[in-house]
Structures are given as structure tokens and as C-alpha cells.
Design a protein. Structure first.
Lengths: 122, 415
């Protein structure tokens, strides 16, 4: 019983902290005009950046500016997924918004690396 | 190219936000305080040891065996006859419902896997097994199977590849049935990775005891996890691989380009470190003979189960609940013919949207698992250790558990 009481107390304190929930009423729909731009360069079999964290607000517009010297497939692992094919000499911009908080990986599939991790906060 | 790439745990989609620093700190201080409170203030005589084991588990229930056969057939049809894309319902069902769903199922319904297991059903129709299962193998075949699974999921070149999963499952089915024909039911109790995983977690179920519904204190059934060679390795594989899964999503790790070998060896290293530290901490007591000391890690291994389960819940909760919805609907259309018997609803992201509640839940799972583990280890130590060493003999294990929990919270906070 002592254990049960301890667990209960622990759960209460922790959820007590969670009282002020992160959904600040904005509903993520406004999307600032500027948004976030990520510059991605694929050159000589390397991608820059690699494994970087980029902070994004839910509903904010995210723009990928991709330059590449090779065939590559860029996947954005959100729901729904976004896939962009780039060809050698490409210089493209692609935009999307992310609605759900979480971390979304942007990956280069041929090179098999994570380019950035979009940290989507409410 | 049908490959889905190197995203976390085999399937695409987003992962959780890191938990806020404050939550990690609150969790860590609770874990630390309760740990030493248990050591200093809790009972001084073992309460839960020496529970008589159930002599024989009750017979498997035929209706559950039928359910198991139908569900397995469904999953296999989806996996092998469904679309060869990352959206294949069998692929998602394997990673989410089989691997992650197994844990809550065992917690709620006990070791119902034993009744459901289609491999047990098939081989029971073929006879009781030709040979006795070799005692010295212990749980090691299950360790190999579990490691093969976590390798596929976390370190193989392309975990989301339907082809890789088809090959893995085919090998698993052949090996499992062959072992069952050769060694009978004992094979499943010791060598089938999923069956063993379920049996161990089921000991923590507060609702089912000895295979039937009965509400009880799970700390009384936890010490009855059958001890055999390789038990510590089973638990270390589960805990180490989950920690590796978090770690491999860190920018430190993603910033490097590494080979499959480097990923695989790091995964193995995580599991090995968890195991070696546990064995060391379990043995760190005075007043026992060398022979008794060698038995201590196995006898204390059950106390690691709540830490494993708590951390796995924290790590996989959104994955199960949110990805599970999409997989459920994909499984209703196993052949990819566009069947939507229940409509085509969007995934509900209630958990992900309430970031603070989610973070609080995750910390609660980790801390609750830690507390149960510390209590279980304390109680068993009182039964195992000689009088003069009961307090000092527990300290290393207590510190190690605090270390595991702090590492888990650190990973949840930083990745």
C-alpha cells in the first residue's frame, strides 16, 4: 500500500506540472508570413547541414531551399509525407507547413542521412 | 525505390518533442528521493519472496488459439500479398502491434501470447516435441531473436524496407516452428523472442495471475520470473536497444555518417553496457560465497522488468497510439485494394498536441517503473543477502537503477 501511495503521489505531482497545457489557443493555424527557411546544399556526396535541429512553430511555413549536384530524393517525414526529387544542377525551393507538434526528420534518401530535424513546437 | 530509409523505429512519421528540462528534473528528484527512502525506511524483512510458483500453467484456451491463428494469417497476408510499399499494413502491424503492442497486452491480460501464439498451436498439433530442450541454452536463443529484431528495427541498412521485413519474418517463422517441432512447448518458453518477452512482462500484470484474471499486487508475481541462463541478457537487450533508439536520433549521432557495422556494434555496445553494469551491481555485496555471488544477477533480474516496461512505455506511447491508428486502417485493407470498411478517418494526434501532458505521462512511466524496480530489488535483496550485508549489499544496485533512470530521463529530455 505504501508503494501504491508513493506512486499515486508521484503521478499527481507530475500531472500537476502538466496542468498548464501547451496548446496556447493559437491552434497553430496562423503561420507567420516569413516562416523558416532551411538552406540545403548537396555537393560531392555530402549534405550540409547534417543532423541539425531547426525550431519551427506548428502552422508556420517551412521552406527548403535545395541546391544539388546529384540526383537526390528529399523526404519530409511528417503526416502527410512530402517527397521532393532533385536532379543534378537543381536549385529549387519547396514549402510546406507542419500542424502537429513533434520532431520531423528531413532526410536525403540516396545518401541515407538526416539533413535536419524540424522541432515543431505548439 | 521503395525504401523508406533510416527513420526511427522502422516506420516514417514524426517523433516526440524532447520533454522540458523541469519535467526531467522533477522526475529525477522523485526517483532519487524515493530510492533512498525505500532503502532507509521500507520493510526490513522480505515481503514478497518465497511465493510458491504455480505448478503448471493452465491449458491454452482454444478460442484464443483460433483468434491467434486468424490474426496471424491476416497479418501475414497483408505483409506478403499486400502492396510492396512503406504503407503496407503488415509491415506497420509487425513493428507496432506485434513489437510494441505486446507490452500493454501482457500488462493488461497477462501472458495471453501463450494462448494466442499460432506457432504453439501449429506445433501442438504435430506432437509434443522430439527431444528435451537443452537446459544449458537457457534464454539465449530468445536473446538472439530479440537482438535480431532490434537490429532490424534500429541498425539494419533499411528498417522500413518491406523486403527486409518479409525476409526477417520468414526466417523467424521457419526457425520458430522447427524449434517447436524439435523441442515442444519448452522451446516457446525459452527461445521464441516474442513469447519470452510477453511472459516476462506479464509477471508485472496486476490483473492476471497464473494465467487467469485475478487482481493482485504485481510485486508478488514479479519475483516468479523464471530464472535461467541469459535472463539478464534478455532484459539488457530490451533496455539497451530502447536507449540506443533515443540516442541514435540525437543530432550528435545524426551528424555523423556511419556504416551499418558501426551502427550495429554501437547497438550491441548499449545492450552489453546495460548487462555488464547490472551483473556487476548485483554481485557487489559482501558475505556470500563465490557460488552464491554468481547466482545473484539472475535472482535479481526480475527487478529490472519495471524499468524496462516504464521506459518502453515512455518511449513508444505516441508511436503505438498515433501510428497505430494508421496501421489499423491499413490492415483493414490488407491487399491494398482501396477497402475502407470503417471510412477513412484522419489520424488523431491528441497526445502529440498536448505536449505538456505527454511529457508528464512519459516522466510518470519512467519514475513509476523505477520505483517498482527499486522496491522489488530491495525486497529480494533482503531475502538473498546475509544479515550483516543487507543494507550495504543493496547500495550498488540502487545506484545503478538511479543511473538507468537518470540516463532514460536525460535521453527523453535531450533528444
Amino acid at each position: 500500500m505504501r508503494i501504491a501511495a508513493a506512486l499515486l503521489a508521484c503521478a499527481l505531482v507530475l500531472t500537476g506540472c502538466g496542468g498548464s497545457d501547451g496548446s496556447d489557443g493559437s491552434d497553430g493555424a496562423k503561420g507567420s508570413k516569413s516562416g523558416v527557411t532551411v538552406d540545403i546544399a548537396i555537393k560531392d556526396g555530402k549534405v550540409t547541414p547534417q543532423g541539425k535541429r531547426v525550431d519551427v512553430k506548428a502552422g508556420e511555413s517551412v521552406t527548403l531551399h535545395i541546391t544539388s549536384d546529384a540526383d537526390e530524393e528529399i523526404h519530409v517525414h511528417s503526416d502527410p509525407e512530402h517527397e521532393y526529387e532533385v536532379a543534378p544542377g537543381a536549385d529549387v525551393t519547396e514549402s510546406f507547413t507542419l500542424k502537429t507538434p513533434g520532431q520531423v526528420a528531413v532526410e536525403a534518401h540516396h545518401l541515407d542521412v538526416t539533413i535536419v530535424q524540424l522541432v515543431v513546437t505548439p | 525505390m521503395i525504401a523508406a530509409g533510416l527513420q526511427a523505429h522502422g516506420l516514417g512519421g514524426s517523433t516526440d518533442l524532447p520533454i522540458p528540462f523541469l519535467y526531467a528534473m522533477v522526475g529525477a528528484s522523485w526517483a532519487l528521493t524515493i530510492s533512498f527512502a525505500v532503502l532507509a525506511l521500507a520493510w526490513k524483512e522480505s515481503q514478497f519472496a518465497a511465493e510458491p510458483d504455480a505448478t503448471e500453467p493452465p491449458p491454452r484456451r482454444p478460442w484464443l488459439a483460433v483468434v491467434g491463428l486468424v490474426l496471424t494469417a491476416w497479418l501475414l497476408v497483408a505483409l506478403y500479398a499486400g502492396p510492396s510499399t512503406a504503407g503496407n499494413g503488415g509491415l506497420g502491424g509487425f513493428y507496432i502491434f506485434v513489437w510494441v503492442g505486446l507490452v500493454p497486452l501482457a500488462l493488461v491480460a497477462g501472458h495471453v501470447w501463450r494462448d494466442l501464439s499460432p506457432w504453439r498451436t501449429i506445433t501442438s498439433l504435430l506432437g509434443p516435441g522430439r527431444w528435451a530442450y537443452p537446459k544449458r541454452l537457457g534464454y539465449w536463443p530468445a536473446v538472439a531473436g530479440l537482438f535480431a529484431f532490434v537490429w532490424l528495427e534500429l541498425a539494419s541498412p533499411d528498417p522500413g524496407s518491406i523486403h527486409a521485413v518479409r525476409v526477417w519474418v520468414a526466417v523467424y517463422v521457419v526457425v520458430t516452428i522447427a524449434g517447436g517441432i524439435a523441442f515442444g512447448p519448452r522451446w516457446y518458453d525459452r527461445a521464441d523472442p516474442f513469447d519470452v518477452y510477453s511472459a516476462i512482462v506479464a509477471k508485472l500484470s496486476p490483473f492476471v495471475r497464473d494465467g487467469r484474471w485475478r487482481v493482485h499486487n504485481p510485486l508478488r508475481t514479479l519475483p516468479s520470473v523464471p530464472v535461467d541462463a541469459g535472463l539478464v541478457a534478455v532484459l539488457a537487450t530490451l533496455l539497451g536497444s530502447t536507449a540506443y533508439d533515443s540516442f541514435s536520433a540525437s543530432s550528435f549521432w545524426q551528424g555523423r555518417t556511419l556504416s551499418t557495422w558501426q551502427h550495429s556494434l554501437t547497438l550491441l555496445g548499449f545492450c552489453a553496457v546495460v548487462a555488464v553494469l547490472f551483473i556487476g551491481a548485483a554481485r557487489a555485496t559482501g558475505g556470500v560465497s563465490a557460488g552464491e555471488r554468481r547466482l545473484l544477477p539472475g535472482r535479481l533480474a526480475h527487478s529490472l522488468v519495471p524499468i524496462v516496461v516504464g521506459y518502453i512505455f515512455a518511449h513508444y506511447l505516441t508511436y503505438l497510439v498515433e501510428k497505430g491508428q494508421a496501421v489499423f486502417f491499413a490492415l483493414l485493407d490488407p491487399l491494398g485494394r482501396g477497402w475502407h470498411p470503417l471510412g477513412d478517418p484522419d489520424t488523431s494526434y491528441v497526445l502529440s498536441q498536448h505536449t505538456s501532458t505527454l511529457a508528464a505521462l512519459k516522466v510518470t512511466f519512467v519514475v513509476a517503473g523505477h520505483v517498482l524496480a527499486v522496491v522489488a530489488a530491495h525486497d529480494k535483496a533482503l531475502a538473498l543477502l546475509p544479515k550483516g550485508h543487507r543494507l550495504s549489499g543493496q547500495v550498488a544496485m540502487l545506484l545503478l537503477m538511479v543511473g538507468y533512470t537518470f540516463t532514460g530521463l536525460f535521453l527523453l529530455f535531450s533528444v
